[in-house]
Design a binder for this molecule. Structure first.
Ligand code: ADE
Length: 250
């Protein structure tokens, strides 16, 4: 069984969009994943197939009706164990941990909002996770859904070759990656760091680790604090573990 993405949207033509090309596109052709859409408009009401209405309590913009979203959920016939995710700037931030969880399952059901958002009751009724891809406002959830799917698809078995899959590691460890260089060794008066030409693999690994740490500390103090805390915990555990081994060894 392949991994199945189902997207509830007012713009089904936006899918698979850029995911029909390159790595995800080849995986789509190989049948490693599928991308279905459910057009919210098909479930709209009346002659104009209205999907939205004015917000109770007043205020600007329009809100997508719960009955319309509910009908689209039902029509999508997605199994109950598939995570339901609503893309919204009000959601919790998407992390690589979420992406790994989604990719490890049988697929995802994504709800893309437009206008002011979706009626809260239908999100509660269907146990929908609310997820944001960052602290900025997009014109709709579709491009956020494409980002989430891209991140998932590259992790599916058979999608990446060994060469590409190695790249993931340093972020998994919680640090940003060290900088990369290739030929020419000197370009427009800028030389590659000499250590990289030394052939000393241990020294190169140490240099890269230091670069990763410095860049993370500078650019992402949040990741840096988390990494330091984890390192400390691991060290404490290692000490505790050794004591325990001693104990059992007696
Ligand atoms: N819809 C609009 N902005 C968004 C964001 N930052 N993340 C997820 N969905 C969105």
């Amino acid at each position: 069984m392949n991994w199945q993405a189902t997207v509830l949207t007012l713009f089904p033509e936006m899918f698979p969009g850029p995911l029909g090309l390159s790595l995800a596109g080849r995986a789509l052709e190989k049948g490693l994943w599928t991308c279905r859409t459910e057009d919210l408009r098909q479930h709209g009401l009346g002659r104009h197939r209205a999907v939205d209405d004015t917000p109770f309590g007043g205020g600007a913009g329009m809100v997508i009706r719960p009955d319309v979203v509910d009908a689209a959920f039902a029509a999508s016939q997605t199994p109950a164990d598939v995570p339901r995710v609503y893309l919204t700037p009000r959601g919790r931030p998407l992390t690589q941990q979420d992406v790994r969880r989604y990719a490890a399952g049988s697929g995802v059901l994504l709800l893309c909002g437009r206008f002011e958002g979706v009626d809260e009751r239908v999100l509660q009724a269907h146990d929908v996770e609310q997820v944001s891809i960052g602290d900025y406002i997009l014109s709709g959830g579709e491009t956020a859904a494409l980002v989430l799917l891209d991140a998932c698809v590259r992790l599916l078995p058979g999608v990446m070759g060994c060469e590409e899959s190695g790249v993931e590691e340093s972020f998994s460890e919680g640090l940003l990656e060290y900088p990369h260089y290739t030929r020419p060794a000197e370009w427009e008066g800028r030389a590659v760091p000499e250590i990289l030409l030394s052939g000393n693999h241990a020294a190169i690994a140490a240099w890269r680790q230091k670069q990763a740490e410095e860049i993370t500390r500078e650019r992402r103090p949040d990741l840096w604090s988390a990494w330091l805390a984890r390192k400390e915990r691991n060290m404490a555990e290692a000490v505790g573990g050794a004591a325990q081994t001693d104990h059992f060894g007696v």
